[in-house]
Design a protein around this ligand. Structure first.
Ligand code: B12
Length: 217
């Protein structure tokens, strides 16, 4: 039963069991469950639960680290299938993406990068803890169409504004679209800092990137 599989996936993240998370990912692939469904309906709810338990003081940093490790183990197994499901290989546009300085959360950023890659975008992933100027430098170097900035902390999201400013300062603003995301970001925040868009997950990021570049679906 798929519902049971999703419940087990969620639990493997809550328990921080990388082995179990990986086994369930293999099981999903073997039984034809879509890798995207496995991530979004199975594993991500586990991370959400861990975040809530952390806020409530019922879980601690080591638990969150184990949960993240289990998530990575699952994503590693699902990634090839996720990428293969993308189909067409024509380059839809070049994207520079990274997590802003001071912030090392990478799971969501990696998922957005993966989804964009599977939709045909060329991805230049700067990793985590990336200074604002680095986004602008890389955008100039690869002639990026889109710069994506992830921030998961209320204390680091201000850095997304710095990226907008760095791109303006580099004289690139008219040819680069800037998108932001991460749990604290909203459309209102994107508007406030002068970004071109916000999206809440990987699938919506693909739609947003296509829309900004005028590519019909
Ligand atoms: C896993 C995790 C960690 C792991 C990260 C491991 C890793 N390699 O990434 C570790 C253990 C390292 C960690 C550390 C910390 N964490 Co933490 N962490 C989380 C947790 C549980 C899950 C995050 C996650 O991966 N979610 C799953 C992904 C798929 O979702 P997502 O990241 O939101 O991404 C999606 C969208 O946001 C969007 N998106 C994301 N990026 C982008 C970018 C673009 C361009 C676009 C368009 C869209 C987009 O699409 C993604 C895919 O659907 C969250 C809780 C939560 N519910 O968010 C806390 C959470 C983010 N952490 C928190 C905190 C406090 C910390 C620490 C400060 C704890 C500490 N005391 O040290 C440190 C900070 C370290 C640092 N300097 O960055 C708080 C933040 C509170 C706040 N409001 O600021 C949270 C919310 C937990 C909580 N409820 O208190 N954490």
């Amino acid at each position: 039963m798929t519902a049971e599989l999703f419940t087990a996936m969620r639990q493997s993240i809550v328990d921080g069991e990388a082995g179990a998370a990986g086994d369930l990912a293999r099981q999903a692939l073997a039984t034809g469950v879509s890798p995207l469904d496995a991530i979004e309906r199975g594993y991500v709810p586990g991370l959400t639960a861990v975040g809530e338990a952390f806020s409530a003081g019922d879980m601690f940093l080591p638990d969150m680290m184990l949960a993240a490790r289990a998530m990575k183990a699952a994503v590693e197994i699902l990634e090839p299938a996720l990428k293969a499901s993308g189909g067409q290989r024509q380059i839809a546009g070049r994207v520079v993406i990274g997590t802003i300085k001071g912030d090392i959360h990478e799971i969501g950023k990696n998922m957005v990068a993966m989804m964009l890659a599977s939709a045909g975008f060329e991805i230049h992933d700067l990793g985590v803890d990336v200074p604002a100027e680095r986004f602008a430098e890389k955008a100039a170097e690869v002639d990026a169409d889109i710069v994506g900035v992830s921030a998961l902390l209320t204390t680091t999201m201000a850095g997304q504004r710095n990226v907008v400013q760095a791109i303006v300062a580099a004289g690139l603003r008219s040819r680069v679209k800037i998108i932001v995301g991460g749990a604290p970001a909203t459309q209102g925040w994107a508007d406030e800092i002068g970004a071109d868009g916000y999206s809440e997950d990987g699938v919506a990021s693909v739609a947003l990137a296509r829309q900004l570049l005028g590519i019909s679906a």
